[in-house]
Design a protein around this ligand. Structure first.
Ligand code: 5GP
Length: 355
């Protein structure tokens, strides 16, 4: 399946701190170990372990945040994550991250996000287009092997389920202020066993009313009331949808809400017990909008090409169907029409290889 890597791809569900190279994480952990902040030998195994429950994933995130949350490191990991996606021939990336405040190092949610933006600006190996600019330069052909690679990047600000209504509202206001630097929407994520939907609803409603796009982690654990409430909110996309019941599927399908599918993540965390019963198959058969994503390529040791290969092997997709699936992701992006058009051209120019 060597054709999957060069195929243009769209990534819509990627968490910044879940997408750090293992090598970078180990290097940063070693430095903290030398400073005596952590015991390196304790964390080394945790970082390198591949098999984790959902609960262990969130414990790992606490560790990762301890290792990565300073401005310089946030800038570095942003740069590396975008470079890695570009090398995967991702032509459009919606990268999500939780703005963090840490008074002890003078970090505010805004300065955290400024460090992310600095990371985007610091990339020289590929062209990164992240500011919504109708007159932006014409796209280099990212698939002809001659032009420089170009990747469109848009940002989603995540609200962590541990946050209060006030803190969630602060994130939404920040997103509104940062629309001119590529922020297009809000994500709700974090440990699904923590927090109440009613806590986040005021901020999410305000975001929606202010024309920000919304995507929700929905149905990662069995929580029928919350799933229904989330669907009634009519988010622009949902992620995961692992514990949906018939009535949830009916609602999701009638509202045509696109689903971000993260196969490896769902299997590794055992949210889905086996790939052959994954809801990808039913949604795909029903022609429901869906998009294959990585979730956390660092934490789950995967790549977007790997996720496509998994879908091809598990659900018997052909080359042409896989390409059509990847291209259909354009409609689910939160990008401006101009960018959607450009993405259409990129896929069209690559299509002779895939039909
Ligand atoms: P960050 O927002 O710090 O850049 O990325 C890591 C954060 O994303 C985690 O702390 C967690 O809040 C969220 N996250 C990453 N992967 C998952 C996932 O599979 N499920 C949920 N609910 N949240 C996740």
């Amino acid at each position: 399946m060597e054709w999957i890597h060069p195929m243009p791809k769209i990534e819509l569900h990627a968490h910044l701190n879940g997408s750090i190279r293992d090598t970078t994480l180990l290097e940063l952990a070693r430095v903290l170990g030398e400073k005596g902040v952590i015991v390196f030998s304790d964390v080394e195994d945790v970082i390198q372990k591949n098999d984790r429950s959902l609960d262990e994933v969130f414990k790992l995130f606490d560790l990762i945040h301890m290792i990565t949350t300073d401005h310089q490191t946030v800038t570095r990991i942003t740069r590396e994550v975008v470079q890695d996606f570009a090398l995967e021939n991702v032509v459009y990336l919606e990268l999500r991250t939780t703005p963090k405040r840490n008074d002890s190092i003078g970090m505010s949610k805004r300065s955290y996000m400024e460090a992310v933006i600095k990371g985007l600006r610091s990339i020289s190996e590929v062209d990164v287009e992240f500011v919504a600019a109708p007159d932006s330069e014409k796209l280099h052909n990212s698939c002809d092997g001659v032009g420089r690679k170009k990747i469109y990047v848009r940002l989603l600000l995540s609200i962590d389920r541990r946050e209060t209504t006030e803190s969630a509202m602060e994130t939404v206001k920040l997103a509104l202020e940062m629309r001119n630097v590529g922020v297009v929407g809000i994500d709700l994520s974090g440990n699904p066993l923590v927090g109440e939907w009613s806590t986040f609803l005021p901020a999410l409603q305000f975001a929606k009313d202010s024309d920000l796009y919304i995507t929700l982690h929905c149905g990662e654990v069995p929580n029928p009331k919350e799933i229904q409430a989330m669907l009634d909110f009519k988010p622009h996309r949902v992620g995961h949808a692992c514990f949906f019941k018939d009535q949830d599927w009916e609602k999701l399908k009638s509202f045509r809400i696109p689903v971000e599918i993260c196969l490896s993540s769902n299997i590794i965390t055992k949210s889905i017990s086996s790939i052959d019963i994954h809801h990808f198959a039913d949604l795909y058969k029903a022609k429901h909008p869906l998009i294959i994503c990585t979730d956390d390529f660092g934490v789950f040791s995967t790549t977007l090409s790997n996720e496509y290969s998994l879908a091809v092997r598990s659900f018997g997709l052909g080359k042409r169907e896989t390409f059509a699936l990847a291209k259909s992701g354009i409609d689910a992006t939160f990008a401006e029409d101009e960018v959607k058009q450009q993405l259409g051209l990129i896929f069209d120019s690559a299509s002779p290889e895939y039909v």
